[in-house]
Design a protein around this ligand. Structure first.
Ligand SMILES: [Zn+2]
Length: 228
């Protein structure tokens, strides 16, 4: 039994745990913020390398589309090398996205990162005050931003982490911080809401309604069944 099968075992008990995987791969930003905490994942199943790829693939096989935006987004946060080549476990099994999802994940990685850079510089230059004297909030923010991007490494889970704001929020006045918090939050929600379209999926509402409309006894194949 490999790690993917272990992860999906609870799905075979779907009547008792109907929302098992939707807790780890949810449809709302609020639930996603909870799901990515280590405590949350450990309570469901031990995380394993390539997990997001494995779950993305099995969600496609079982037409559990509502899991895909968050599973593919988490996949896109993996290092580029792993998105391209997948992960191999100790038994030589490889967890790898299909070629189309590889392209989608690389595309959103680029597009969302460009949005991150653009918005990061827009917030202070457009919304911070430019008062003379000690409270030159925009200038302080822009200096911190330069240092942030000069040292940036790796991917960002942008819907819940906006580090380019965290690096200067304590340096500006309360008014500027409040405005920036609101703008960052608005942009994070927008990125989350656009995930399905980025992966060529129906809108969130449509997928949620679809998964809730499957009548008892007519459920689609579960990922656990797909593994058999
Ligand atoms: Zn200010």
């Amino acid at each position: 039994m490999d790690e993917a099968q272990r992860a999906f075992i609870p799905l075979s008990e779907r009547k008792r745990h109907p929302n098992h995987l939707s807790v780890a791969y949810p449809a709302t930003l609020e639930e996603y913020a909870k799901a990515v905490t280590p405590e949350s994942h450990l309570s469901l199943f031990p995380p394993f390398a390539g997990q997001h790829f494995a779950i993305s693939n099995l969600a496609r096989e079982t037409e559990a589309l509502v899991l895909l935006p968050s599973a593919l987004w988490m996949s896109s946060c993996e290092p580029k090398h792993n998105i391209l080549h997948g992960y191999a476990d100790s038994d030589g099994r490889r967890y790898q996205l299909n070629p189309v999802d590889v392209r989608r994940c690389l595309a959103i990685k680029l597009e969302y990162y460009l949005t991150y850079v653009q918005k990061s510089f827009t917030f202070p230059s457009r919304y911070c005050c430019l008062r003379s004297g000690e409270e030159q909030c925009a200038n302080k923010a822009l200096i911190s931003l330069g240092a942030h991007f000069a040292a940036i490494r790796g991917a960002r889970d942008l819907p819940i982490r906006w580090d380019s704001f965290c690096c200067w929020k304590n340096d500006v006045c309360a008014g500027c911080e409040e405005v920036a918090v609101s703008r960052v939050s608005k942009n994070q929600k927008s990125l989350w809401n656009n995930l399905p379209a980025q992966f060529d999926l129906p809108q969130w509402e449509t997928m949620v309604a679809d998964i809730n409309s499957v009548p008892p006894g007519h459920s689609r194949r579960t990922p656990a069944q797909a593994m058999q």
